[in-house]
Design a binder for this molecule. Sequence first.
Ligand code: NAI
Length: 389
Amino acid sequence: MFNEERHLTSPIRWGMVGGGRGSEIGHAHRAAARRDGFFQLVAGAFDLDAERGREFGSNLGVAPERCYADYTTLFASEAAREDGLQAVSIATPNSTHYEITKAALEAGLHVVCEKPLTFSVAESETLKALAASKNRVLGVMYGYSGFPMLHQAREMVRRGDIGDVRVVNMQFAHGFHNTAVEESSPGAKWRMNPEVSGPTYVLGDIGTHCWQAMEMVTGLVPDELSCMRQSFIESRAPLEDNAHVMVKFKGGAVGTLWASAVNAGSMHQQKIRIVGSKASIEWWDEHPNQLKYEVQGQPAQLLDRGMGYLYGDNPGVCARIGGGHAEGFFESWANIYHRFALAMDAMERHDQAALDGLWYPDADAGISGNRLLECCVESADGGSAWVKF
Ligand code: NAI
């Protein structure tokens, strides 16, 4: 059973850019980072509105003089302190990720950046190279990838329990934007503005999550894809509020991805089903403690988190509480921040063996997400032509 006995010599001095009052995802970062005592929030540039950001940070317990007006001042001022920041999380709208991550890495900080990592493969490749040259972690906040049952799925595929992977169905299709909610929601509005959101809306906003889950669980390498996208709310064009992707993987497996914000009535519908030559497995983020395992010719099984029949002590299969208790989104995020902390610590100690044994969503996951988006746009805008990945 996991507990918080495992410590670093001292918590990583950590800050945030964005994630201020009223933001959608700021609290999830703070709750996850602080869960195991690996990170201590000491500074930030939390908000575009400097005064609101300072007040907000102070209310979180950050010293007022360490709540900065902008990220440039944050990085410069903290670099001048002996007890300055070691790591930063970036939870701002997509258009700012590249410049803020680049500045943070140049300032010698480990970075956790939100997805999609940048606007393009080229930008993300630049950040990956910069992180490597600075010996710094560049993590991408694919927070669902900390769910223990996805790691069980990964291990089952790796051990051949379902046979050869043939088909993967990916979807993340909610219904929250089936009308023009952006007219009264700033958080929705920027997502549908290409200057802030990037070349896609639903593909980048949610499609990248199930894409990353597919890569983590199956290890499949995409070969080519075809995409169809449209905006049912016309004012969202050229960005899509619904998209379908067909994928051919190297080695013969195939897949589909459905990303949608107009799936009326649906809460999330983030699911991944992996069909092998012997059996299939299926995971759904609305019931994340269970994994469906269906062997052809046998009754379906529902595997539960925290049970002895799961595979070994895979560090991804964190058992924070016994089976039967519902773990959820925050535990999944904490599992990812836990891995980020171990990676940052190992990187500073130049412990390559520890790094080799540690999976976390890294720059490559960010790059693959960007490649998915670039290929989808090229395909969809070219009449759903097949495009090499
Ligand atoms: P939001 O619009 O709700 O909040 C953005 C926050 O960043 C606000 O506090 C704003 O004042 C601040 N901000 C904006 N520009 C800034 C700058 N230059 N300096 C300092 N602060 C700045 O956005 P939301 O929904 O929280 O999304 C933020 C990012 O997180 C996006 O990239 C989004 O794709 C991603 N996201 C990821 C999720 C996940 O599951 N991993 C879930 C939701 C969002």
